[in-house]
Design a protein around this ligand. Structure first.
Ligand SMILES: Cc1cc2nc3c(=O)[nH]c(=O)nc-3n(C[C@H](O)[C@H](O)[C@H](O)COP(=O)(O)O)c2cc1C
Length: 210
């Protein structure tokens, strides 16, 4: 798993069709022992095994302030610039939120709100890139998937068909790996869809120069 790029790093390797697919995982919770973050780690581990280059930005590590639309882009803290540079550099995304009161957590939604900050450059929001959705929690985790789907559409992303919900027995909290074969198989399917779609889209952009 790669460490986050710095704000001014070159983010143009998405135009190189031979480069590994870059997948950015956004998620987790503000909790140090976040199981959602472990779920995300497990998904990105599968993507690593499939040859992708992955980066995880956790909600806890980002530690973003509350989004305030009055603060101009240039006055946002460095972490916001890092977040936006990572989003711009990625070919695909995995979003993972815990279930809070039957829906997405406020802290995770706050991360998504920051994607609005710099809308003057290309590849802002999730602009036409594929996204896999994951949620940790009980039966209402499906509400989280649906809420994430609404945000993904609002942020111009392309959700892949397979989604992932996981309860307590699906994740080994110690090793951040799948403890349940069915959940692992679903995660593999989602990762396969992400990589395939990211490659197809990236190759078509290379050909057309979009
Ligand atoms: C404010 C709050 C609301 C919660 N609401 C739900 C819920 O509606 N459904 C559910 O299955 N779990 C709910 N939980 C339990 C969380 O899913 C559980 O604590 C989980 O471990 C949180 O994710 P994390 O480990 O990544 O922090 C809630 C937890 C908190 C703190």
């Amino acid at each position: 798993m790669a460490t986050p790029v710095l704000p001014n790093s070159d983010t143009d390797s998405h135009t190189d069709s031979d480069a590994p697919v870059r997948i950015l995982g956004l998620g987790g919770s503000t909790r140090a022992g976040s199981i959602t973050e472990r779920l995300l780690t497990a998904v990105l581990g599968l993507a690593d095994e499939a040859g992708a280059q992955t980066t995880l930005l956790s909600v806890r590590d980002l530690d973003l302030p509350m989004f305030n639309d009055d603060i101009p882009f240039g006055e946002q803290p460095d972490v916001v610039h890092t977040l936006l540079a990572e989003v711009r550099a990625a070919d695909a995304f995995v979003l993972a939120s815990p279930t809070y009161h039957g829906t997405i957590s406020g802290a995770f939604k706050n991360v998504l709100d920051f994607l609005n900050v710099d809308n003057r450059v290309p590849r802002t929001y999730f602009d036409g890139r594929p996204i896999g959705l994951a949620a940790f929690g009980g039966p209402s985790a499906l509400n989280v998937i649906n809420a994430l789907g609404h945000s993904v559409r609002g942020l111009r992303g392309m959700q892949v068909p397979t989604v992932l919900t996981a309860g307590r027995n699906a994740i080994d909290g110690e090793t951040a790996t799948f403890a349940d074969d069915a959940t692992r198989a679903r995660a593999e399917k989602m990762v396969g869809e992400l990589i395939l779609l990211a490659r197809l889209l990236r190759d078509s952009q290379v050909r057309t120069g979009v």
